[in-house]
Design a protein around this ligand. Sequence first.
Ligand code: LMR
Length: 398
Amino acid sequence: LFSAVEMAPRDPILGLTEAFNADPRPNKVNLGVGVYYNEEGRIPLLRAVADVEKSRLEIQAPRGYLPVDGIAAYSTVVQKLLFGQNSSLLEEGRVVTAQSLGGTGALKVGADFLKRLLPDATVAISDPSWENHRALFQSAGYPVKNYRYYDASSHDVDRTGMLADLNELPPRSIVVLHACCHNPTGVDLAPEDWKKIIDVLKARDHVPFVDIAYQGFGDGIEEDALAVRLFAESGMSFVISSSFSKSFSLYGERVGAISLVTQNRDESARVLSQIKRVIRTNYSNPPIHGASIVSSVLNSSELRAIWEVELAEMRQRIHRIRLEMVRQLAAKGVQQDFSFVSRQRGMFSFSGLNIDQVDQLRNDYGVYIVGTGRICAAALNTRNLDYVTDAIVQVLGR
Ligand code: LMR
């Protein structure tokens, strides 16, 4: 049966972690996967999370099945974070949300649902995009194209190219957009860019699929939701995949959500019924633990305040380490201007290192970064930074 099965390539991101784990060098550094490590090089267990876990343990709650679409109180807090506390869309019943297995699970449920609705559509992702976007939409049966996004010479968005490409896509294409903290570049769109993009999407009747996996890691919880809020104001129907992996440091608990903005309450009921079918035939219903933690934290003003401080600390630490990286590279004599790193947002820094330099970093120094040159700045700290910048200096040849 399995004799003809070919070896699949390693995942470009998670495969790096496998290689990193197998590397015996004590000074190795994993800057591949998008995970926040604290100053001590550990994945933090947030205090707000630990508090809820303690009380949950004391209750010794039974573990029955959740509803197919997950915990209702969780969906409510997800919606409020995305659309704002007093969103009229929520009052009008125009948003449906289902708990998902992380942001990836939301993307997959959304892709499978859309495939039934728009079987002949094209999906467009940014160039570059998170490695899994292409694979995921292809595995749902869609052809996937790129739209221009990153301009390597200016380390900024190629605004003209992006708008032109969105205009040229076949009408009613599915356009995947990163709401904030663009993965892998760390280069985000400005408010006026979003307005122009929304105009094009509307004019071309495209379907926005907004991926927001880093809310709170850019400029703040509310600030990072700007794109979602602008789409909400636009009157369009759209899809959102969101995740608490990063913002609650709950990676392995797989806590995400798919939200769909419809035109009215009646449409919402029908859409949710179909989303539930997709979930039921994939994994039946979601797990309890992570989503109950998130809903408990966000439903308690005291715990929410603690979480907001912890999230701000993570965001600010990444920003400080970016500044320090830029300073060290300049101090170590690198000719190239790396100041763009301090302007990037979120966990990632698109370094501009080429594949040979990436390989050298890994082979000669045990510094693992993604093949595109993406560095997870959130895994740098004052202990490993000196070693990493030394290695970068060496591979750049100054
Ligand atoms: C990443 O981009 O590294 C993260 O989103 C983790 C993942 O699943 O790839």
